[in-house]
Design a protein around this ligand. Structure first.
Ligand code: ARG
Length: 429
């Protein structure tokens, strides 16, 4: 092996991994650090990588591509893993994998490496994505194949080699961050009965300590957020501003026992203020602009896409084709949603759209009703026809075959009933 490209966060694990890879494989190491926002880019990563022995370092700002190419399609699809997790970590993996492969090609490297352990989802996502893009590249995960040092050993290992150690104080949790969300696990969180301690959270205030509720307006075009409170914003800025605002109101905390791809149930805490607000707003706008059949079908697509992304199958044909469906079906999801940020909740209080399917003259119970009430009679006659036929033909079956099967259990006989006779009641007065 002559060259490895390592996905490098600048933390202690990956800093040690630079030196470990060099020594173990007698190879050159090139590091790749990707800025995905949310504070994911540590200060001084380049210098630290070089101090650890990297032959070359790449730092890529992928924030905008992350939002437009990865986050937006999943917001448009309403894709939440197990109905809860906005997929912040999972969405970043295919992007990182793709950049690893591209740098490996440019560098003529024969392997890529990442700092994942052997127990999580991320190793699967990286390995599968890299091999989908370039089956010839070897994927090395030092933490999975015996680098296995304790934190203190890593510190000693780094000190002995003159590797700059990141000065951040050790967190009791394992944390992954990008602008779409923070994922927090391990430590006391491993007991699913234990309430998350306050130090788990960095982006959201305790909802009970939130200020007075505020109302905000989010505008969408084709299912994509384009403006906040009437101000058009580029994608990254929109997410960042909304994240800060919603976080100040305690919105965006998610506590989820989740099923990992490797078969383990795992307790996860997420902080995703922008994701929670935007998913809530987007679904509400869909209710106004999509037909009931599309809404029903979209649930299937949302689930499937969330599962494929969670499982690291981004570069599969099914994933691509589902994204194609989503992009097409979202063309009419344009308009505005009003929400109240209220002590941890993002509550939709209004929505409007030039493409709304809502028709006041059909819905109203007041003046100006355009709905044809008389036509309801004929509609119900035909709509209910199969049920009437079935009841008539099969309802008798129970009677004919004794107690084997009854059409319904009697209700009136089984419930306490009070009966008042009108004539008797009048006499008594
Ligand atoms: N469970 C989430 C996922 O698989 C987040 C994992 C985040 N990693 C971490 N080191 N906290 O997508």
């Amino acid at each position: 092996m002559n060259k490895v490209v390592l996905a490098y966060s600048g933390g202690l694990d990956t800093s040690v991994a630079v030196a470990w890879l060099k020594e173990r494989y007698d190879t050159e190491v090139v590091t790749l650090t990707i800025d995905l926002g949310g504070g994911s880019l540590r200060e001084g990563v380049e210098a630290r990588a070089i101090s650890a022995g990297a032959a070359r370092t790449y730092v890529v700002d992928a924030k905008e591509r992350f939002v437009t190419g990865f986050v937006w399609p999943h917001l448009q699809a309403n894709a939440l893993y197990q109905g809860a997790y906005p997929l912040a970590t999972a969405l970043a993996r295919p992007l990182i994998a793709q950049l690893l492969v591209e740098v490996a090609r440019r560098e003529r490297a024969d392997a890529v490496a990442h700092g994942c352990t052997g127990k999580g989802n991320d190793q699967v996502r990286f390995d599968v994505a890299v091999h989908a893009l370039d089956p010839g590249l070897e994927v090395i995960a030092p933490m999975r194949i015996g680098m296995g040092l304790t934190r203190d050993e890593e510190i000693d290992y780094a000190a002995a080699r003159g590797i700059e150690i990141p000065i951040t104080k050790q967190s009791p949790y394992s944390i992954d961050v990008n602008l779409w969300g923070r994922s927090i696990e391990t430590g006391v969180l491993e007991d699913p009965w234990v309430a998350p301690p306050a130090d788990v959270y960095a982006w959201t205030v305790d909802p009970s300590e939130a200020p007075q509720p505020v109302e905000i307006v989010v505008e969408f075009e084709g299912g994509i957020p384009v403006a906040l409170n009437g101000e058009r914003l580029p994608p990254v800025e929109l997410v960042e501003r909304l994240s800060a605002l919603a976080g100040r109101h305690g919105v965006g905390r998610i506590d989820h026992v989740e099923d990992r791809l490797v078969g383990i149930k795992s307790r996860e805490i997420y902080e995703a203020p922008a994701a929670v607000v935007l998913h809530t707003a987007h679904r509400s706008l869909e209710g106004l602009t999509l037909t009931k059949d599309t809404l029903r079908f979209d649930h299937l697509v949302a689930n499937e896409l969330a599962q494929l992304t969670y499982d690291g199958l981004w570069f599969s044909a099914l994933h691509r084709d589902l994204r194609g469906y989503v992009a097409s079906s979202q063309r009419v999801v344009s308009g505005e949603v009003r929400l109240r940020l209220d002590h941890g909740n993002a509550v939709v209080v209004g929505r409007r759209s030039p493409l709304s399917l809502y028709d006041k003259s059909l819905a109203t119970y007041d003046q100006g009703d355009a709905f044809d009430h008389a036509a309801a009679v004929g509609f119900i006659g035909i709509f209910g026809l199969p049920l009437r036929v079935e009841a008539a033909r099969h309802g008798a079956v129970g009677a004919r075959h004794g107690s084997a099967w009854t059409w319904t259990e009697p209700l009136l006989e089984d419930l306490p009933v009070s009966v008042t006779d009108g004539a008797l009641a009048a006499q008594a007065r």
